[in-house]
Design a protein around this ligand. Structure first.
Ligand SMILES: [Zn+2]
Length: 303
């Protein structure tokens, strides 16, 4: 005859199995609850690039404090409700920011903190580049009115999103001068960084809008030359310089790929090329992070 103990053994095994199944289910649901309502992509980024912010909860702003020498220190950007039902925004990391790991805090309209997600900003080296300019070209300066027009454009953030991924290249030409290089003019340091990129282009070659948007500047500037600036909405803006001829008027709604002007060498330029700029919430960003372009420099041989 079997002992009680032997009879009970299979039952004990079954109970243990059931208990572990229940425990696993609880652990899984607890894990799901811990998923943060907001995300930052990518979570690690070089200087001069853009972080995509997304929330399942109604966050209307996000705050990053990665620029200790700036006043005010923190950069706050807006998030906007999307057709998909979530809230999205763009956080720029500036060339002047300090590398390290910082929280991005997501806030509701009433200022309540909804989430905090860490962002790692990586050390990024930008090379130095000399540009040779004729004396009369180097002597060109922006007027206070021109500066005001540019600042007003940069600081504006509009509610309607006209742009969508991916952006298109404004010109097929290779990159003569990348973003972020420290600029020398005729061997003298200028204290300026190259806040956009220069692309090779034949004089008169068409220049296209990288995304849909509203034309906010159509104007010849002393330093920038023939300029078009486009607001793509919700914090994304682009600007195109040194053009020979402009093909849009103020207030035009352009589509992605529309011709907005033609390659020239107007303003402070040492030859025909397109200099263009991406602003994210007023901060210049690396256009090569948004559009894939070849470098004009000979590719290094693979070892
Ligand atoms: Zn340039």
């Amino acid at each position: 005859m079997k002992s009680r103990e032997q009879l009970h053994r299979p039952l004990n095994v079954l109970t243990a199995l059931l208990l572990s199944l229940v425990a696993a289910t609880f652990a899984a649901s607890a894990g799901a609850q811990q998923t943060p309502p907001c995300t930052v992509k990518p979570a690690s980024i070089p200087l001069g690039q853009t972080v995509r912010l997304r929330c399942d909860v109604p966050a209307t702003s996000a705050r990053l404090d990665a620029h200790p020498s700036a006043t005010p220190n923190a950069r706050t950007v807006r998030l906007f409700k999307q057709a998909s039902g979530d809230w999205q925004g763009l956080m720029p990391v500036a060339v002047e920011d300090t590398s390290g790991t910082y929280p991005i805090e997501f806030l509701a309209a009433d200022g309540i903190k909804l989430a905090s997600v860490n962002l790692t900003i990586r050390k990024t080296i930008f090379p130095t580049q000399n540009v040779s300019l004729a004396p009369q070209i180097e002597a060109l300066h922006s007027t206070p009115d021109e500066m005001k027009t540019l600042t007003t454009f940069r600081d504006a953030v509009s509610d309607v999103k006209y742009w969508d991924d991916p952006l298109v290249a404004p010109l097929p030409g290779c990159v003569i001068s990348p973003f972020g290089v420290k600029r020398l003019h005729n061997g003298k340091p200028t204290g300026e960084i190259h806040a956009g990129i220069d692309q090779r282009g034949a004089p008169g070659a068409p220049i296209r809008a990288v995304a849909a948007g509203v034309v906010k500047i159509v104007q010849p500037f002393n330093v920038l030359g023939g300029t078009v600036a486009i607001d793509h909405g919700q914090g994304l803006e682009t600007m195109y310089l040194h053009m020979s001829k402009l093909n849009v008027v103020l207030g035009d709604h352009v589509k992605k790929g529309d011709v907005i002007g033609y390659v020239g060498s107007t303003g402070r330029a040492n030859g025909p090329h397109l200099h263009w700029v991406v602003y994210v919430n007023g901060v210049p960003q690396n256009p090569q992070h948004w559009v894939t372009l070849k470098s004009c420099a000979a590719p290094k041989k693979k070892s």
